[in-house]
Ligand binder design. Structure first.
Ligand code: HEC
Length: 186
């Protein structure tokens, strides 16, 4: 209990230091609840609709968050139209450019790998995926790495990681460059 209080105090101090003016010092569950009550969930009916959420088809009786997207590829809630997983073999030698691969991996409109991964030379990473900043020392082959970035669903069916090759987000050479960058991250 004492430790929790200290952590909370430290978090408040950090928030104040970071200049989070819009987050009042009294951020408490009640404030968060008030905010979510004020903002209708994604896909909710316009405010003129006075129907209770439970009256809408598929809405959860308690919250009406049923329209919130489900990120699963395999659960019934996530049965969205998507391409089937593809196990793509690496053809020929890698022939990737690590410097170019780093730019592609970090670019928000390309790989955007930093949204989920810590990466060498990158800033403001997300924390959902494993740290890749020393990936090159883990002894993984080029082919294995290429296949994983091409379509991680071949390894983990319900992964959060986008299938960069199968969905055409990165082309063959871009994938080779990203793999070269990962392998050069030591
Ligand atoms: C939406 C989040 C997300 C994005 C974006 C993302 N990844 Fe991942 N990645 C993951 C997660 C999560 C895992 C761990 C596997 C799992 O649990 O699904 C992973 C695993 C990996 C692995 C395997 C690591 C290991 O040690 O086996 C590699 C390599 C990888 N990602 C590379 C990339 C690259 C390169 C990009 C950008 C082109 C990228 N990822 C973008 C979420 C993401």
């Amino acid at each position: 209990m004492k430790r929790q209080a200290a952590t909370y105090a430290a978090a408040l101090a950090l928030a104040a230091l970071a200049g989070c003016a819009q987050a009042p010092a009294t951020v408490a569950p009640s404030a968060a609840a008030a905010r979510s009550a004020a903002a209708p969930p994604v896909g909710a009916q316009p405010s003129a609709n006075t129907e209770p959420p439970s009256a809408r088809p598929g809405a959860s009786p308690a919250q009406g968050f049923a329209a919130f997207p489900c990120l699963s590829y395999t659960l019934p809630c996530g049965k969205v139209a998507t391409r089937k997983p593809v196990a793509k073999p690496l053809e020929g030698p890698l022939a990737g450019d690590a410097a170019r691969g780093m730019r592609i991996a970090h670019a928000r409109d390309k790989g955007n790998c930093l949204a989920c991964h810590v990466m060498k030379g990158g800033t403001q990473p997300g924390s959902r995926g494993p740290d890749l900043s020393h990936y090159g020392s883990t002894g993984r082959s080029d082919a294995e790495t290429f296949g994983a970035v091409y379509d991680m669903r071949t390894r983990i069916p319900d992964t959060l990681m986008p299938p960069f090759g199968t969905h055409g987000i990165l082309d063959d050479q871009e994938l080779r460059d990203v793999v070269a960058y990962l392998q050069a991250s030591r």
